[in-house]
Design a binder for this molecule. Structure first.
Ligand SMILES: Cc1cc2nc3c(=O)[nH]c(=O)nc-3n(C[C@H](O)[C@H](O)[C@H](O)COP(=O)(O)OP(=O)(O)OC[C@H]3O[C@@H](n4cnc5c(N)ncnc54)[C@H](O)[C@@H]3O)c2cc1C
Length: 249
């Protein structure tokens, strides 16, 4: 397929890309899906809130099932990243990591978002083991636990307030809180312990988060930390073929 003009190329092998590929392939178009499932936000997640999925399922298992479904409908999957996109003629030209060039009529961008990181020691190693970027996804795993939210804006405060319905103790660490007076009022009336101005210096734990060290060198024992610093889109590739993006708010 790679040498011909493909009808639909889908960049991204997360849930959005997989669903798009299933629909496109069932229309009997030629479909190529690009990207690695290991880079999907879902890959390391534990899922218990998807309809029709009973119990807690690993994201990796769902993604592998999705890719197998995509292949069964006749789409091709190449587990490589796209480095650049151009439009030298009426077709799009995509360059992959291996140097392979792909030509297609249509591109669907499903590259997800990447959560902004704290970039402190321990963070990457403990993702999914107490380090989370999604309160709504993971709060239920922390019933009765001690947790911290790191962030300065409304998502962090909202996340901390949500967690008070689950955890027995919730800390909010912020360099400087910047939220509406209404949200600040709710925070002050809540049981959340606010640590500000302060910030996370290191996350500790062997196989799961056990504590954090803060910039004032204090240590807080924890079962989990939620990092709520917002997201950045992965859509910059799309700008190479003239797609206009909303400015970051
Ligand atoms: C720890 C954690 C727990 C979560 N728990 C839940 C939960 O319980 N319930 C829930 O509903 N959601 C949960 N989520 C959120 C869920 O994972 C995301 O909403 C979902 O993965 C978004 O799907 P997506 O297809 O938009 O993007 P992603 O799944 O992030 O997929 C993006 C894809 O784009 C690819 N890509 C990016 N750039 C390129 C490129 N240049 N070339 C080729 N491919 C590229 C990546 O490789 C990846 O395959 C969780 C997320 C995390 C991190």
């Amino acid at each position: 397929m790679s040498n011909s003009i493909i009808d639909v190329v889908i960049i991204g092998t997360g849930p959005a890309g997989i669903q798009a590929a299933i629909h496109a392939a069932r229309k009997k178009t030629s479909v190529l899906v690009l990207g690695r499932i290991e880079n999907s936000a879902l890959y390391g997640a534990h899922i218990e809130n998807y309809a029709c999925v009973k119990g807690v399922t690993e994201g990796r298992v769902l993604l592998e099932a999705g890719i197998s479904q995509v292949l069964n409908f006749g789409a091709e999957v190449i587990p490589e990243d796209v480095l650049s996109i151009g439009q030298p003629d009426k077709f799009f030209e995509l360059e992959l990591e291996s140097g392979t060039k792909i030509h297609c009529r249509t591109i669907i961008f499903t590259m997800g978002v990447s959560k902004k990181k704290l970039s402190v020691p321990g963070e990457r190693r403990l993702i999914g083991q107490g380090v989370s970027y999604c309160v709504d996804c993971d709060a239920n795993f922390y019933r009765g636990a001690t947790v911290m939210v790191a962030g300065n804006r409304s998502a962090a405060v909202d996340g901390a307030l949500t967690l008070t319905d689950y955890a027995q103790k919730v800390y909010l660490v912020a360099k400087e809180l910047s939220v509406s007076p209404e949200l600040m009022d709710r925070l002050q009336k809540s049981t959340v312990e606010v640590l500000t101005p302060n910030w996370v210096k290191e996350i500790h734990g062997e196989n799961a988060v056990s504590s954090v060290t803060l910039e004032d060198d204090s240590t807080v024992n924890l079962d989990g930390i939620f990092i709520e610093l917002g997201s950045k889109g992965a859509l910059e590739l799309a700008t190479q073929v003239g797609v206009a993006l909303d400015s970051e708010r």
